[in-house]
Design a protein around this ligand. Sequence first.
Ligand code: NAP
Length: 300
Amino acid sequence: MANSPQKLLLTGAAGFLGQALLKKFHAHYDMAAVINRTEIDDPPDGVEIVRTDLSEKKAVNELVRTQEPDIIVNTAAWVDVDGCESDRKRALKSNFSIVENLINAIKDSRIYFIQLSTDYIFNGVDHPANVDDGPAPLNYYGRTKLMAEEYITDNYARYLIARTCALFGMPNRGQTNLINYFYDSLKAGKEVQAPEDMYANPIWVENLAELLLEAIQKGYKGMLHLGGKDYLSRYEFARIFARIFGFDKDLVKPIAAIYHKRPARRPRYAGLNVEQTHEKLDIPLLSADEALSAIHDRMK
Ligand SMILES: NC(=O)c1ccc[n+]([C@@H]2O[C@H](COP(=O)([O-])OP(=O)(O)OC[C@H]3O[C@@H](n4cnc5c(N)ncnc54)[C@H](OP(=O)(O)O)[C@@H]3O)[C@@H](O)[C@H]2O)c1
């Protein structure tokens, strides 16, 4: 008789990454998807949807008790970097308390816990971050994500912290992101301004979902950097987008990041060194060209 699939509890399941993970993972696991206020676009058959505010300790204890997961993948967070700067209470609740509650709920178990983290725990002064670099967040979002990392490493053993950076892909229904902004603007013949002094290795959300699936199936523990293959500026990324989608590249205008006046500071050389990741995982990290071409093909 075949073994029954493991039970995987996915939080933040209606989010940008959450919905991509749900699509990729549901064929491999018995899944429960935790949502808060936002609904999932088209939940796959057989996935149980559970509405829980994960910042509520009692609700998290009850969730873990009733679901009895083998694996928890926590993507729930508040990723509005400027919002986190001005509403620090909400940032702490969303990015730290959720993790604190989950870890306390599972501390005596053997549940495999996967936390999504960010390159913004580093200062990105002069290079993309190595796995062992010392953290030094420039903004409050990064600080709260770092607090979550530290809580996990101090209090739980069976974890994987997957740091990622600059996700891109087609947005979920009713959402706006860089991809549909570039598409709509360039299609209308409008200029797009993109910083030429902010670097990262952007990763296609579907590539990230495949990589995470492989890492989880291999039971990989510790820290893992999951970024795209190419390290490039926002300006270079926008130019590649224009070329692949057949728009006029000259509509993409370079701008200095300083002109994007924002409440939260951002690292200049953000992103993640992914050399070790190439060695650990078989799924290839895609280049911006490869990923954007795949997105373009889908839209044809
Ligand atoms: N997006 C990026 O470029 C990027 C880069 C680096 C790292 N990451 C990390 O990747 C992860 C996923 O990011 P994302 O872009 O997919 O974020 P997202 O689209 O904003 O999704 C986050 C989800 O978390 C849920 N959530 C927030 N507070 C909650 C609560 N109290 N209880 C239950 N659910 C709650 C939200 O649900 P509601 O909206 O319904 O409250 C939302 O669906 C995060 O950990 C983030 O730090 C993202």
